[in-house]
Ligand binder design. Structure first.
Ligand code: ADP
Length: 157
């Protein structure tokens, strides 16, 4: 049984994240989407809300679990018996950072491999920070986020 961890900030989860997650769930036996808690960086949304929004957005995806963690992703992955870290690539600009991260993780634990996926072109440009910017400037984000995230953000205004 191959378990993959999909780690990230998910602040909030977007349709880009969901597309990566769906493909991951088709390839691997189980995917754990895990919100990384970074004590240095105050996020946009509280971590509990990010987890809840992911749970509400993945209804019907049977081999997907939601969790959160603090500390090193690789240690978290080991504790879950995972063999794969799932990451997404959007543009060449993601590549350098993601390559460095995957090599650092592989230097810490050779047995856990990073697998990169891309989204459908229509979701490729979507990032949590772009969505925050559009939302905070009263633009329409309905096309970019799952319905539960849209409803949550509209109520928050
Ligand atoms: P992090 O803070 O760890 O980068 P994010 O929540 O921003 O967390 O992203 C988690 C992962 O999902 C990263 O690998 C990121 O590149 C990927 N990702 C996010 N949005 C997209 C997208 N639209 N297409 C492809 N990959 C994406």
């Amino acid at each position: 049984m191959t378990i993959a961890i999909y780690p990230g900030s998910f602040d909030p989860i977007t349709k880009g994240h969901l597309d990566i997650l769906k493909t991951g769930a088709e390839i691997f036996d189980k995917v754990i989407i895990a919100v990384a808690h970074n004590s240095e960086k105050r996020g946009f949304l509280p971590i509990e809300d990010r987890v809840k929004l992911i749970k509400d957005s993945i209804a019907g995806m049977e081999n997907v679990e939601v969790d959160y963690f603090a500390g090193l992703t690789i240690e978290y992955a080991k504790s879950k018996g995972a063999k794969v870290l799932l990451r997404g690539l959007r543009a060449v600009s993601d590549f350098e950072y993601e390559l460095q991260l995957s090599q650092a993780n592989s230097a810490m634990c050779e047995d856990i491999k990073t697998v990169f996926l891309t989204t459908k072109p229509k979701y490729n440009f979507i990032s949590s920070s772009t969505i925050k910017e559009i939302y905070l400037n009263n633009g329409d984000i309905s096309k970019f986020v799952p319905e539960p995230v849209y409803e949550y953000l509209m109520k928050r205004k």
